[in-house]
Design a protein around this ligand. Structure first.
Ligand code: FES
Length: 383
């Protein structure tokens, strides 16, 4: 009897499948032909979750360390900030002396109410935007934000329940949103945070981290100081010995910090045979060390316009365009979204290969936001 029922069910499924095309055609014919109103519920919802841009006001500034400040950003028109996942970032648009710059910053808090985002900025040597934010930005100033963007997120179906966060310097910022997110903490079994900085005075959010840890037994934190020896802190760098101490079997690693740390940890992961599927990265991009101060010409072809501006080996093509007041098509600024995708018509660039699709590479497409000129360069921006 049971077999008979299974046979009937299977035949009905086949019949449904056979009629699928016809059913779909009828459903389409039944559908409305009038356009969805721009202010419909669905469109409003999409605009709330994925706004094209958000105007925000700086409502509070906190000096975290000697060279790091946090900025609390509240929406000017929206009731709340768009939802995001811990680990994601936003792109901040900053205008300095009439020139517009876009820079990515991790969201370093997680408020259930989404009332405001916090971004945390480290003052970089020669960093135009970070220096401006650090020295000149005041409460009340407004900016435009794009995003949230990014894939540096915890996915329960993909990632394990025993998690290790490896943070270097200001690489701690995305982890603060994880630590404040109850939903994430409930999903995991254990969390070990190894946080490296030069000295105890360079540890951003130490008080906040200690407070969170004291309330949640799942979290263990180890501070690692590279330029200060103290009995209550680990000394040196986040290295193989420290990873062996905390154990790595069946753990999922999240790495956030400078490029140097990323390379040295990659070597350790390889040596310990930790498969790539257990490693997530958030790299804080820096100018590659082998590049030198050298000036070239950048020619940009757009539709029927051609422009030539100066560029420098130590600046990405997008940075040169920002300086040259060329309107840029930029979202993430870290090579992820493909929004700035352009064709390299002549010249050579040093670029982040991993960001460009294989088919794009063959067709000589690059992402100018992560490409540095090594000669005079001509690019074409498809509009
Ligand atoms: S702006 Fe996203 S890839 Fe360049």
């Amino acid at each position: 009897m049971k077999k008979f029922k299974i046979a009937i069910d299977a035949n009905q499924d086949l019949l449904k499948f056979k009629n699928l095309g016809e059913e779909r055609r009828k459903a389409i014919e039944r559908g409305s032909t009038t356009h969805v109103n721009a202010s419909s519920f669905t469109n409003n919802l999409v605009e709330m979750i994925h706004p094209k841009g958000i105007k925000v006001e700086v409502v509070q500034i906190i000096e975290e360390t000697e060279d790091t400040k946090s900025f609390y950003l509240k929406p000017v028109k929206l009731e709340s900030m768009p939802p995001f996942l811990p680990g994601q970032y936003v792109t901040l648009t900053v205008t300095i002396n009439g020139k517009t710059y876009k820079r990515p910053y991790s969201i370093s808090n997680f408020l259930k109410s989404l009332e405001m985002y916090r971004i945390t900025v480290k003052k970089e040597k020669n960093g135009m935007v970070s220096t401006y934010l650090f020295n000149e930005c005041e409460v009340g100033e407004t900016f435009n934000l794009l995003g949230p963007f990014g894939h540096f997120t915890y996915q329960p179906l993909r990632d394990g329940k025993d998690v290790v966060f490896l943070a270097g310097g200001s690489g701690i910022t995305p982890f603060m949103a994880f630590l404040q997110n109850q939903a994430f903490l409930e999903k995991i079994h254990s969390l070990t945070l190894l946080y490296g900085a030069k000295s105890e005075f360079d540890l951003i959010f130490k008080k906040e981290i200690d407070e969170i840890c004291s309330k949640n037994k799942k979290i263990q934190v180890i501070y690692v100081l590279s330029e200060q020896k103290r009995s209550d802190y680990a000394y040196g760098f986040i290295d193989e010995e420290k990873i062996l101490q905390i154990g790595f079997e069946n753990k999922t690693f999240f790495v956030s910090g400078p490029l140097k740390m990323y390379f040295s940890l990659n070597e350790i992961f390889k040596k310990l045979d930790i498969p790539n599927k257990f490693i997530r990265h958030e790299i804080f991009r820096e100018v590659p060390e082998d590049l030198v101060e050298q000036n070239f010409q950048l020619t940009i072809k757009m539709k029927d316009k051609t422009l030539t501006i100066p560029c420098n080996e130590k600046e990405t093509l997008i940075q040169s365009m920002e300086k040259g007041r060329v309107k840029t098509l930029v979202h993430c600024t870290v090579g992820e979204c493909g929004f700035c995708r352009s064709k390299l018509l002549a010249g050579t660039v040093k670029t982040e290969d991993s960001c460009v699709r294989a088919s794009d590479k063959e067709a000589h497409y690059i992402h100018p936001c992560v490409s540095y000129p090594l000669s005079d360069v001509i690019i074409e921006i498809p509009l």
